[in-house]
Design a protein around this ligand. Structure first.
Ligand code: UDH
Length: 287
């Protein structure tokens, strides 16, 4: 009853006080056991305050942060269900105002993760004045809710310690998996490259953009930035991009010509599911 009163207060636009700087709901380390004997409906039932399109605001205080989760996606239904199962409660414990955007690449042509994230940025910002965007692989499950899904002064590489790498950091300029940028960071780097088709390279290109734009990369501690990766084999349509090293040699010339200023795509549909917004997009094929 209390909850419904509060959400009513919310929808009537009553003024709430700001949430505390550190959420009292944080538990720390989470025991992530990946299984899938549950349905999407059950995830829905466990998250009664999540509304259409996968949006949430804390019921009893005004969130200090507005975070959009952008997921590059194709044909990973099982992973998406597991991610939603863990990430919704995780973000609610952090008392964020948040929304989930699944950016689904239409067709069978080679996958293009970075271009999908450009589309995600554009489409999410049309809906809400997000102050932070989390670009999030679908198969990475955070294991500690002290890893707060808010932006730092610099672009943040968030998935620093992954079980598959024995929770060891990979390399100094790593910028894959889960990253967090504010709209200003994103603009400063001219978004992400659109021309990395297939697996690999785009993350390093983004890291180069960050340093070209005069910023550094921030990171959570290895203790807190822990993730479980859901096991999978290489997808069809995402072969290794063998040109990636040549392309990376030229980032310093290309980053201003290719990025958020040149992303071409056609949104085929926008569906507001209970736990996420699905945007299916035709990102075309290699020119
Ligand atoms: N993605 C999809 N569908 C695809 C390809 C990629 O949704 O067909 C998305 C998804 O969010 C994924 C991300 O792009 O988490 C990155 O792609 P990836 O998971 O293929 O990349 P990663 O480096 O794995 O995580 C590479 C293949 C690992 C094979 C290991 C065999 N044991």
């Amino acid at each position: 009853a209390n909850l419904s009163r509060l959400s009513k207060a919310h929808s009537q636009g009553e003024n709430l006080t700001y949430c505390p700087k550190t959420s009292p709901l944080i538990v720390g380390r989470i025991n992530v056991r990946i299984h899938s004997n549950f349905t999407m409906q059950e995830v829905q039932r466990k998250n009664p305050l999540v509304v259409r399109g996968g949006r949430y605001r804390p019921p009893d205080c005004e969130a200090r942060h507005r975070t959009a989760i952008i997921i590059p996606y194709r044909d990973r239904e099982h992973h998406l269900k597991v991610l939603l199962y863990f990430l919704h409660p995780f973000l609610q414990r952090q008392q964020l105002n948040y929304g989930f955007y699944v950016i689904h690449q239409a067709g069978n042509y080679t996958f293009n993760r970075a271009k999908l994230m450009n589309v995600g940025f554009r489409e999410a910002m049309k809906e809400e004045d997000w102050d932070c965007l989390f670009f999030h692989d679908v198969d990475l499950i955070p294991e500690d809710d002290r890893n707060t899904y808010v932006c730092d002064v610099n672009p943040k590489h968030v998935s620093v310690a992954i079980d598959r790498n024995n929770y060891k950091p990979t390399y100094k300029k790593a910028f894959g998996g889960v990253t967090a940028l504010s709209p200003l960071h994103y603009q400063k780097i001219n978004g992400f490259p659109n021309n990395y088709w297939g697996w690999g390279g785009e993350d390093d290109d983004i890291a180069k953009r960050v340093s070209r734009a005069g910023m550094s990369i921030s990171r959570p501690s290895l203790k807190v930035g822990r993730y479980k990766m859901i096991n999978h084999t290489r997808d069809k349509g995402n072969d290794v991009n063998i040109n990636r090293f040549n392309m990376l040699e030229k980032t310093h010339q290309t980053w201003k010509q290719d990025g958020m200023n040149t992303v071409e795509s056609r949104v085929i549909s926008r569906e507001y599911h209970p736990l996420y917004t699905n945007i299916t997009v035709d990102i075309d094929t290699k020119a």
